[in-house]
Design a protein around this ligand. Structure first.
Ligand SMILES: Nc1ncnc2c1ncn2[C@@H]1O[C@H](COP(=O)(O)OP(=O)(O)OP(=O)(O)O)[C@@H](O)[C@H]1O
Ligand SMILES: [Mg+2]
Length: 358
């Protein structure tokens, strides 16, 4: 598969060369079923300058280490946190490093069924031949157990409880019963390397609703938003650069323009005297996506680099989706705050304020 034409290649394809370099230089012991050692997996995620491996997840290195340690034990890993804090990214990177495959993924939701998690049947074969290995259609859990790989379960708490509990036996007995098959085939035992990474969003239905039995089989790690302004700005800049290139836009917005964007997000996220906190989740991930829209808009409509004025147009869709009140807060913020800040980019932002829809 060529990654050039894909909108979003999986991590193991996107960072193929880095993984190969890490593998080659890796002399440390590897946990059973792992493609890399724990230290090499850590370097893949956090970066290793000597091997020209770029840092990908920005955050507490000990969180990454603890998470990898969990994956090498017989417990699952549950990443919880606010929306857009890179839980999914971290789980994808860990799966790519540990198993060389991040695609065994179940997307959880209210309509998720056991069929989508474990296995289902090809009905025409089932009817003509009866239950057989040939008629069996594996889903990510069955594949992960058979191949000894990490299975990712996104937004696990959005699934019905009985569906969540179908993970109990794979996690504790490391086995999955296929009741319809007979003999040896009726039981699948997991190979070394199999485990589950769940992610759960603190704004959705809580992890509190999860059964105690299932909770006990996971180690929980909380992923926090990036605390430091400069670190967040550097990340937004790096990601905007990367994504805009893929969209065919030659230049990302200037650093000073992105600094205004990140400041606006932080002010609105934390709330301040005048405008109050926004209901929408203004995460770093959203800041990256606003920077992306700004770049695309400026280039494809004017063949220019984005300015701070473009923030107004592009932020409305990200910042005001939960309630009309948010649009009003955003408007107040632009009127009262942006006017007071110094510099040409803040002036551009202020001048564009009437472009806010609604
Ligand atoms: N700490 C971080 N390190 C690296 N990238 C980050 C970080 N925080 C946010 N990002 C950016 O946000 C994107 C990650 O969003 P991701 O979808 O993984 O978040 P999430 O926590 O799974 O969100 P949700 O709860 O909405 O599913 C990354 O692709 C990156 O651009
Ligand atoms: Mg996610």
């Amino acid at each position: 598969m060529s990654k050039e034409k894909l909108q979003r290649p999986p991590a193991e394809l996107l960072h193929e060369k880095e993984l190969a370099r890490l593998d080659e230089a890796d002399a440390a012991p590897r946990p059973p079923g792992w493609r890399l050692s724990l230290t090499a997996a850590r370097d893949f995620i956090l970066g290793n300058a000597a091997l020209e491996v770029a840092p990908k997840f920005v955050g507490d290195p000990s969180l990454v280490e603890r998470s990898l340690v969990t994956l090498a034990t017989n417990r699952g890993l549950m990443l919880v946190g606010d929306p857009g804090t890179a839980k999914s990214l971290l789980s994808e990177l860990m799966a790519a490093a540990v198993s060389g495959d991040s695609t065994l993924t179940v997307q959880g939701g209210a309509a998720t069924t056991e069929d989508q998690i474990a296995y289902s049947w090809n009905y025409s074969l089932l009817v003509s031949e009866g239950p057989s290995e040939r008629a069996l259609v594996p889903a990510p859990l069955l594949d992960g157990m058979r191949e000894g790989k990490v299975v990712r379960f996104e937004e696990i708490t959005r699934c019905p409880l009985e569906v969540q509990d179908s993970l109990l036996s794979p996690l504790s007995d490391r086995a999955l019963a296929i009741a319809e098959l007979e003999g040896e085939q009726s039981m699948v035992f997991a190979r070394e390397g199999f485990t589950i990474i769940g992610t759960a969003n603190t704004r959705d239905r809580g992890v509190n609703d999860m059964s105690a039995a299932l909770k006990r089989r996971f180690n929980f790690e909380t992923v926090f938003p990036i605390a430091d302004f400069d670190t967040e700005l550097a990340l937004v800049q790096r990601e905007a650069d990367r994504i805009l290139k893929r969209s065919g836009v030659p230049e990302a917005p200037e650093k000073d323009v992105l600094a205004v964007l990140v400041r606006v997000f932080r002010d609105l996220r934390e709330g301040d005297g005048t405008s109050g906190r926004l209901q929408s989740a203004l995460s770093t991930a959203e800041a990256v996506s606003v920077a992306h829209s700004m770049g695309v808009k400026a280039w494809y409509t004017r063949q220019e680099r984005a300015t701070a004025g473009d923030i107004v147009d592009c932020i409305a869709g990200a910042a005001a989706k939960d309630s009309a009140d948010d649009t009003a807060r955003l408007r107040r913020y632009l009127e009262q705050k942006a006017s007071k800040r110094k510099g040409e980019h803040w002036a551009d932002l202020y001048a564009a304020r009437h472009g806010l829809p609604g």
